[in-house]
Design a protein around this ligand. Structure first.
Ligand code: NIG
Ligand code: FE
Length: 432
C-alpha cells in the first residue's frame, strides 16, 4: 500500500479538541483546545489519517508521495463547523414580518394571527418539489462558504403528510447531492395548521399515529422535534409525540423553554433526549436535570437577537452546573435568518459571556455530540471525517471577533476542497 496521502495540509496551527469523542466537553473543559504549532494533517480516503507536528507527519507521509499539498503559513486549521439546529428548507421569505417586528408586533402575536411560521407553511405547501430543492441548495451553499460542514435540518413547514414528506425528501436528496452532510429531523408538530384550529390533541394524534410511522417507514428522518411552548404544544402533548418517536427508534431533540418556563428541559431529561434547544427560560431544576441526564443544550443566540430580546439562555450557569453546551444558528426565515455559525459564536460571546474558545468547541465537538455524531466528526483526530477549515486568521479568537466578515478561506469536506479563496468549487472533478 502506498504511503502517500490524498491530501497533506501544512498550517501554522492546528486547533481542535482532543479525547472528547465519546462524551461532550463539560464545565471548564469546554474552553480547552489543543494547539499544535507548525502542524500538519494527512488525509486518505476522505478520513483523517494522521495529525501532529509537521515534522512527524511529513516523515510518515512524505510530501513527494502525496497527491495534493496545501500549505497555509500564518493560518490556522480547525474542524469544520457543525450546525445542530436549522430550518433550512422553506418556501417564501418573511422580510415583511422582520419590519413588522421592528415596529413592535411580537413574534407569537404574528403567529397567532396566522402569520409567522404559518405564513411559511402556506408558502412551503405551494412550492413545488424541484423549486424547494434548488432554493434549499442555495442556502446550503451559503452555509458551506461560512464553514459549516454538517447541519441538522428540520421539516415543519408542511404540517401534513404530503408536505412533511416533501420537505424530508428534499433534505434527504440534498444530503446525497450536496457536499454538506445533513441530519434530517421530523418536526411535524411545529405549529397548529389552520385546518386543525381548536383541535390540538387531534393534530398530535394525527402526527403520532399517521405521519410519524410513515416517515420512519420511509427512513426519512433520524430525529424528532416539537415546538413545546405555551400556546403551541404543551408538555403532555410533547411527551405523547416524542415517546412515540422514541418507540419508533428516532432520537429526540426539541424546542424547549424558549418563551415560558414550561418544564421542557425536565421533559428532555425524562425522555433521554439528545438535545433540548433554546432554553432562555430554563428553570434551576431543568438545569440540574439536563446535567444529570447529559442532555446537550443547543443554545441559539441569533433568535433572541432577531426577536430583539434582552434575555438570552443562561449559558454560564449551565456550564458551571455541568450541562453540555452546543451552539446552533436556528437558521429559518422568521426568528433567525442567518446562515452564519461564526456570527452565532460572536453572539454567544457578547450576549452569553462564553469565551471564544468555548464557542469553538460548542460548534464542533459538542455540536457533534448533540447530533449523536461525536465519534465521526467534530475534531481533528485520526479516523474522523476529514472536514476541515483553513482560516484567514492565526488564532480562534479572530472568529467571533471579526463578526460580519467571513474569515473562512478553504473548506475541506471528507478530503475534498469544496471552498477555495472563500468561493464555492462546483465541479466534482475539479476538487482534487
Ligand atoms: O426555532 N420556535 C419555533 N421555530 C423556529 C422559528 C421558525 C419560524 O419562525 O419560521 C425557531 O425559532
Ligand atoms: Fe428552531
Amino acid at each position: 500500500m502506498s504511503r502517500g496521502a490524498d491530501l497533506l495540509l501544512l498550517g501554522e496551527k492546528i486547533i481542535t479538541s482532543r479525547g472528547a469523542s465519546t462524551a461532550p466537553l463539560l464545565g471548564s473543559e469546554l474552553g480547552c483546545l489543543t494547539v499544535i504549532e507548525k502542524g500538519a494533517v494527512a488525509v486518505k480516503g476522505g478520513v483523517i489519517a494522521a495529525v501532529g507536528s509537521e515534522e512527524e507527519i511529513v516523515q510518515r507521509f512524505p510530501p513527494e508521495e502525496c497527491r495534493r499539498i496545501i500549505e497555509s503559513p500564518g493560518k490556522m486549521i480547525t474542524p469544520g463547523l457543525i450546525d445542530p439546529h436549522t430550518h433550512t428548507v422553506f418556501g417564501g421569505s418573511r422580510e415583511d414580518e422582520f419590519a413588522l417586528r421592528i415596529s413592535g408586533v411580537p413574534y407569537l402575536e404574528i403567529l397567532q394571527k396566522g402569520g409567522g411560521i404559518l405564513d411559511t407553511v402556506q408558502a412551503t405547501r405551494s412550492t413545488p418539489y424541484e423549486e424547494l430543492l434548488e432554493k434549499s441548495r442555495g442556502h446550503l451553499d451559503r452555509m458551506l462558504i461560512g464553514g459549516t460542514t454538517t447541519t441538522e435540518v428540520k421539516s415543519g413547514y408542511g404540517l401534513d403528510l404530503e408536505n412533511e414528506m416533501k420537505m424530508l425528501q428534499v433534505i434527504n436528496q440534498l444530503d446525497r447531492e450536496h457536499p454538506l452532510d445533513l441530519e434530517a429531523t421530523f418536526l411535524g408538530a411545529h405549529a397548529l395548521p389552520p385546518e386543525y384550529r381548536g383541535r390540538t390533541d387531534e393534530f398530535i394524534d394525527y402526527m403520532a399515529q399517521e405521519v410519524l410511522p410513515q416517515v420512519v417507514e420511509a427512513d426519512l428522518a433520524r430525529h424528532c422535534d416539537i415546538f413545546c411552548e405555551e400556546g403551541i404544544f404543551s408538555i403532555s402533548q410533547s411527551r405523547r409525540l416524542l415517546q412515540k418517536a422514541r418507540e419508533l427508534g428516532l432520537a429526540i431533540r426539541f424546542h424547549a423553554d424558549e418563551m415560558v418556563s414550561l418544564g421542557g428541559a425536565e421533559l428532555a431529561a425524562e425522555l433521554g433526549a439528545h438535545s433540548a434547544d433554546h432554553l432562555l427560560k430554563i428553570s434551576k431544576k431543568g438545569i440540574e436535570a439536563m446535567a444529570r441526564e447529559q442532555v446537550v443544550a443547543n443554545l441559539l443566540p441569533a433568535t433572541p437577537f432577531t426577536l430583539m430580546k434582552d434575555e438570552y439562555a443562561p449559558a454560564r450557569d449551565m456550564i458551571e452546573q455541568g450541562v453540555a453546551i452546543a451552539l446552533a444558528s436556528d437558521f429559518n426565515p422568521g426568528s433567525s435568518p442567518t446562515h452564519s455559525v461564526p456570527l452565532i459564536m460572536t453572539l454567544a460571546c457578547l450576549q452569553m459571556k462564553m469565551t471564544p474558545e468555548e464557542t469553538l468547541n460548542a460548534v464542533t465537538i459538542n455540536a457533534a455530540h448533540s447530533l449523536g455524531l461525536g465519534r465521526e466528526i467534530g475534531s481533528i483526530e485520526e479516523g474522523k471525517k476529514a472536514d476541515l477549515i483553513i482560516w484567514e486568521a492565526s488564532n480562534p479568537r479572530f472568529i467571533p471577533y471579526y463578526y460580519g466578515t467571513n474569515l473562512v478561506q478553504t473548506v475541506i469536506k471528507e478530503g475534498r476542497v469544496v471552498v477555495e479563496q472563500g468561493q464555492l468549487r462546483r465541479s466534482k472533478n475539479e476538487n482534487q
